[in-house]
Design a protein around this ligand. Structure first.
Ligand code: ASP
Length: 330
């Protein structure tokens, strides 16, 4: 039997002609932050910044008129799915939303490759969230159209990491020299897996604060160690809070625990409150990919350093930039 060799998307004969092909991301999948270098990030953030200005000035414009995005979510989502929808619609495109796979042929037992091969008949790009690590990479092997990984289980969440970094750049002006403290569920948190990797392109120091059973996975720790990134682990925030420029808080993810008693034992490990903020730097930001379930108390919301709501908005601009670039219009 002949071995199936998937076409690379850049060589893809099916991609539409007449588009600008100058974008370094034209026709490419976005699967992992490992595919980016600093130059790529500058480019993405430059476009995202322009998107921000355009949205503030005119709201919606026709850059992707006629383009269709298929939004395929096998796991719950509020921000990622709605910000991709908003991004596509603000750029004049439209969306096929499959946010409830139970009502699609997935419930009849259709495989991921077949579902993806179906949707690409109707759409120009597919945004995929799936509970299994590597699902987006698998989908990309079978798809002719670009796939954007919107979270693959406990693996990666590259577009979240891009918006996280964009938030840091927009809020603090630079990344080099910062101390970033990641707090909470570092084992199952795909956002911190992607963000730590992305930050390793910069001259940063990383603190990982978590209960012992939720430590940053060893492979990510070693990957960053090889790049000479300074990393320190602790189960307490106290020692590192005063030096922290970015406090990145995560939710302890109930749905990832096989043993619910284990979840109960760590779910309330940390709560950021006004007292925490009183000990933090004046020029620092608190971030969270959201949803929060108690790890940041509402009394922090009015503190100007609380960046987690602004972070969501930055996500819109980054996703607009990515869609425009992958579809060859930026
Ligand atoms: N929304 C983020 C994610 O999808 C974080 C979370 O769910 O806690 O990974």
């Amino acid at each position: 039997m002949a071995t199936y060799i998937p076409p690379t998307h850049t060589e893809n004969p099916y991609l539409p002609f007449g588009d600008q092909r100058g974008s370094p991301f034209y026709g490419r999948d976005i699967l992992s932050v490992k595919q980016f270098d600093r130059k790529d990030l500058e480019y993405i953030f430059g476009v995202a910044h322009e998107m921000r200005e355009m949205v503030q000035r005119v709201g919606t414009f026709d850059l992707l008129k006629g383009k269709i995005l298929a939004s395929l979510f096998y796991e719950p989502s509020t921000r990622t799915s709605s910000s991709f929808t908003s991004a596509m619609e603000r750029l004049g495109g439209s969306v096929i939303p499959i946010n409830e796979v139970r009502y699609s042929s997935v419930s009849k037992g259709e495989s991921l490759p077949d579902t993806v091969r179906t949707l690409e008949c109707y759409a120009d790009i597919i945004v995929l969230r799936h509970p299994e690590v590597g699902a987006s990479a698998l989908a990309a092997q079978f798809a002719r159209k670009p796939i954007i990984n919107a979270g693959d289980g406990i693996g990666e969440h590259p577009t979240q990491a891009l918006l996280d970094l964009f938030t840091i750049v927009e809020e603090l002006g630079e990344v080099d020299g910062l101390v970033v403290t990641m707090l909470g569920d570092l084992k199952y948190g795909r956002t911190v897996h992607s963000l730590a990797r992305l930050l390793s392109l910069y001259n940063v120091r990383l603190n990982y604060v978590s209960p012992a059973i939720l430590r940053m996975p060893e492979d990510i720790f070693s990957e960053l160690d090889e790049k000479s990134i300074q990393q320190a682990e602790s189960d307490k925030l106290d020692g590192v809070l005063v030096e922290t420029d970015v406090l990145y808080v995560t939710r302890v993810q109930r749905e990832r625990f096989a043993d619910q008693a284990e979840y109960e034992s760590v779910k309330d490990a940390y709560v950021i409150g006004a007292d925490t903020m009183s000990q933090a730097k004046e020029r620092m930001i608190v971030m969270h990919p959201l949803p929060r379930v108690g790890e940041i108390s509402m009394e922090v919301d009015d503190d100007p350093r609380a960046a987690y709501f602004r972070q969501m908005e930055y996500g819109l601009y980054v996703r607009m930039a990515l869609l425009a670039m992958v579809l060859g219009k930026a």
